[in-house]
Design a protein around this ligand. Structure first.
Ligand code: DMJ
Length: 570
């Protein structure tokens, strides 16, 4: 009997491997079909993936271009030359090592507590005013009502990770800060505190509101440079733009007031693309370069009509100081390129002059920088001149090996003297200036202390540049003296007299901008605001170093505070 198969078994025979083993041609055909289908599927998937990648790149590019267009429309700026815009954010903090030294960490937290105390008092009693008077618990407008303490504090709050406080301050800047004031403002103070503070907050946060405000105030200051020589008048009315010099200078401009706007205005040009800011301030240096003396030391008064200096004091203290500081720092800000070489050359010339002012005390051989009038040296040094050890240390690496060591040693000797300005008084806080009489080492002259930062600023640089922890110890001692003598219920005050400890009634905005920031950084790893990437203005506001001639309009952000042990949210 013939074998019969059911219709279903006929249908399923193709799934039986034996079927193909008996028919090799069909097996080969089936194999080829399998290979073809696999290749087709793989090819489609690859294409889809490539398209997706391309689409997302294009989307990013469109977003970036839209952002840039928006900013340009808003600011009316023309980019000088665009920076590589593919880098969206710069992570300036590396958290490594942050928690490794428990003493550093404890000290950093103590400094942060001090900032919280100062800031909370300001918020409570002087919100939006320039400065807090902690004893009478009220605000005063010493700078025309520009919220000087608030703006000076922005970057310190940001660096310390005090985000809620920073946000509240940011809202005030966005909604309440008004520069249209019929007020005769100091061009120098407004630049270093307000323009510098806003630009630093912009560089750290990437928030455009700070850049817009910086531009607004800088535009109001600019007419001050419209003098026959280009040396600015030092006072300008913020609402009307009429500029003049203070009566007590006899019509002259002050050296430090005229030569300490370069970092901020160059940074503003880099960030807006508008060359006018940079041109005005660089012209000042070119003017001073024309008759720059062989020792690089300029008297503190300059005639803004002729651009020449008047017979007056030569000093690294009040009214001279930050002119020399900016010669070095513009060179650093400019990436030490040929374009800014003349700044370094002028600074090195001035350092030769500084060496000619260096003297030693008897009997303890403290090194100090004297002052000069005409050909006479005066054995006096301001605490303000205690920024110089930090500046010299910062510039020392630009010399060849022999000079580099020589200048670093000088910086360390001067820092020892400045530290002793503090250690030699009963309160362990320094007076405003010191005189040096043979046999007596140092004696305090003007005996107030207004919470100034210069010595801790230098300790910060020296610790960063030498790694010597002694500078942290000195800084800690100074911090403790502030805690003991200057901390009151509603903030921090200066002392009317460092011998008696009698208190004044003012919390200077630079205490939050500079003194506490430098102390905080003294106990933080060097990667926090790295000196390779940032340059501090004279009010301790860090500005991001970008290539000269390039715009830094991409967000430069200070990130990672929350990722480690750095800055808990308060
Ligand atoms: C600050 O405003 C700046 O550091 C300026 O350069 C000098 N004086 C004060 C602090 O003492």
């Amino acid at each position: 009997m013939a074998r019969t198969r059911s219709s279903s078994s006929i249908r399923w025979r193709y799934l039986n491997p034996a079927y193909y083993l008996k028919r090799p041609k069909r097996l080969a055909l089936l194999f080829m079909a399998f290979v073809f289908v696999s290749f087709f599927v793989w090819d489609r998937q690859t294409l889809v993936r490539e398209h997706e990648e391309e689409l997302s790149k294009l989307k990013e590019e469109v977003d970036r271009l839209q952002n840039e267009l928006g900013e340009l429309k808003h600011e009316g700026g023309v980019p000088v030359k665009k920076m590589n815009t593919t880098t969206k954010r710069t992570d300036v903090t590396k958290m490594d090592g942050l928690a490794t030294d428990p003493i550093e960490e404890q000290r950093r937290e103590k400094v942060k507590d001090a900032m919280i105390h100062a800031w909370t008092s300001y918020e409570k009693y002087a919100w939006g005013h320039d400065e807090l008077q902690p004893q009478s618990k009220n605000g005063v407008d010493s700078f025309g009502g520009l919220g000087a303490t608030l703006i000076d504090s922005l970057d310190t709050l940001y660096i310390m990770g005090l985000d809620e406080q920073f946000q509240r301050a940011r809202e005030w800047v966005a909604n309440s800060l008004d520069f249209n004031k019929n007020y005769d403002a100091s061009v120098f103070e407004t630049t270093i505190r307000v323009v510098g503070g806003l630009l630093s907050a912009y560089d750290l946060s990437g928030d455009n509101v700070f850049l817009e405000k910086a531009k607004d105030i800088a535009d109001r200051l600019l007419p001050a440079w419209n003098t026959p020589s280009g040396i600015p008048y030092n006072i300008i009315n913020l609402a009307h733009g009429n500029a003049h010099n203070p009566g007590w200078t006899g019509g002259d401009s002050i050296l430090a007031d005229s030569g300490t706007e370069q970092l901020e205005f160059i940074a503003l040009t880099q960030r807006t693309g508008d060359p006018k800011y940079q041109q005005k301030v660089e012209n000042v240096i070119l003017e001073l370069k024309k008759n720059f003396p062989a020792d690089g030391l300029l008297p503190i008064y300059i005639n803004p009509h002729r651009g020449t200096t008047s017979h007056s004091t030569i000093t690294f203290g009040a009214m001279g100081d930050s002119f020399y500081e900016y010669l070095l720092k513009v060179w650093i800000q400019g990436n030490k390129t040929a374009e800014v070489k003349h700044y370094r050359e002028m600074w090195e010339t001035s350092m030769k002059g500084l060496l000619s002012l260096v003297r030693r005390t008897a009997p303890s051989s403290f090194t100090y920088i004297s002052e000069k009038i005409g050909n006479s040296l005066i054995d006096k040094m301001d605490e303000l001149a205690c920024f110089a050890p930090g500046m010299i240390a910062l510039g020392s690496s630009g010399y060849g090996p022999a000079d580099s060591t020589k200048f670093l040693t000088l910086a360390e000797e001067l820092a020892w003297t400045c530290y002793n300005f503090y250690q030699s008084t009963p309160t362990k806080l320094a007076g405003e200036n010191y005189f040096f009489h043979s046999g007596q080492d140092m004696t305090v002259g003007t005996s107030w202390n207004i919470l100034r930062p210069e010595t801790v600023e230098s300790l910060f640089y020296l610790w960063r540049l030498t790694g010597n922890k002694t500078y942290q110890e000195w800084g800690w001692n100074i911090f403790q003296a502030f805690e003991k003598n200057s901390r009151v219920e509603a903030g921090y005050v200066g002392l009317k007299d460092v011998n008696t400890g009698v208190k004044d009634n003012m919390m200077q905005s630079f205490f939050l901008a500079e003194t506490l920031k430098y102390l905080y950084l003294l106990f933080s790893p060097p990667s926090v605001i790295s000196l390779d990437e940032w340059v501090f203005n004279t009010e301790a506001h860090p500005l991001k170093i970008v290539s000269r001639g390039e715009s830094s309009k991409t967000n430069i952000r200070f990130r990672g505070r929350r990722e480690g042990h750095f800055g808990q949210q308060e």
